[in-house]
Design a protein around this ligand. Sequence first.
Ligand code: BV8
Length: 235
Amino acid sequence: MMADRENIVVLTGAGISAESGVATFRDKDGIWSKFDWQKLATPEAFESDQQTVYDFYNTRRHKLRDVSPNPAHEALARLEREWGGGFTLITQNIDNLHERAGSQALIHMHGEMMKIRCAECETVTPYDDDLSFDLACRACGESGRMRPHVVWFGEMPLEMEGIYRALQEADLFVAIGTSGAVYPAAGFAAEAQAMGARTLELNLEDSDITPRFDAVRRGPAGAVVPEWVEELLDA
Ligand code: BV8
């Protein structure tokens, strides 16, 4: 019986958005099998070939207009609404499907695709249209220096303090649809476990961090997540 006052921390990765039609990164025909992350998702890439980085993110931003949250996103939003204890949702994803499903206690540790940031003054702005050199920063006026508000390789993920606080207080840590290939996110299960949390992995298949979990459930997130949430709320 899960006491209502227990604190749950959920970490999601690209696998939770796969059934919505958003490409994952390391599956068979994933994004990094077609594109070189070193040429597209690093600050150096942005400095050396800004237009190519713009094209890469504009293409993905366009695709986001044609996809919707799936039952896994909706189940997590329901859990947040109906759960009696603490609930924190950390996502590695830069899509906006969790918020569109109604999640609010949400940490986008790798940033958000539908926001842009001035590379000069760091001001972040929601923005739906294409990234281009013509864009000027509304805060400092600098033009041609707007970048996706996304954490690239080698950059510090966002809200790390809040994340480590949530991991410290977690009674249950659940990873959904992540390969456990990218740090520091891939280290969260071990950290939570070391601080006394039980750990559960919901994934289509084994990941790099499966050995870190007390329990695993295998299957597509769209089926496994609603099932798990139903059980939790009915307990
Ligand atoms: C950092 C935004 C210091 C961009 C991303 C050398 C140079 C520089 C850095 C490093 C280096 N060596 C190591 C590093 C650290 C590096 C790293 O870990 N590299 C890896 C490759 C070794 N990390 C960093 O650079 C990070 N910053 O370290 O700063 C620091 C350290 C500690 C504390 C503070 C600061 C920054 C990393 C962020 C990079 N940005 N994304 C963009 O999206 O364009 S990372 C990229 O991978 C994705 O965004 C995603 O967030 C992330 C993880 O991928 P997953 O979400 O797990 O997706 P993946 O495709 O891999 O897996 C899908 C999973 O879903 C699979 O398990 C599959 O089975 C499952 N699945 C599929 N379908 C379904 C499903 N599950 C359920 N249902 C389904 N239907």
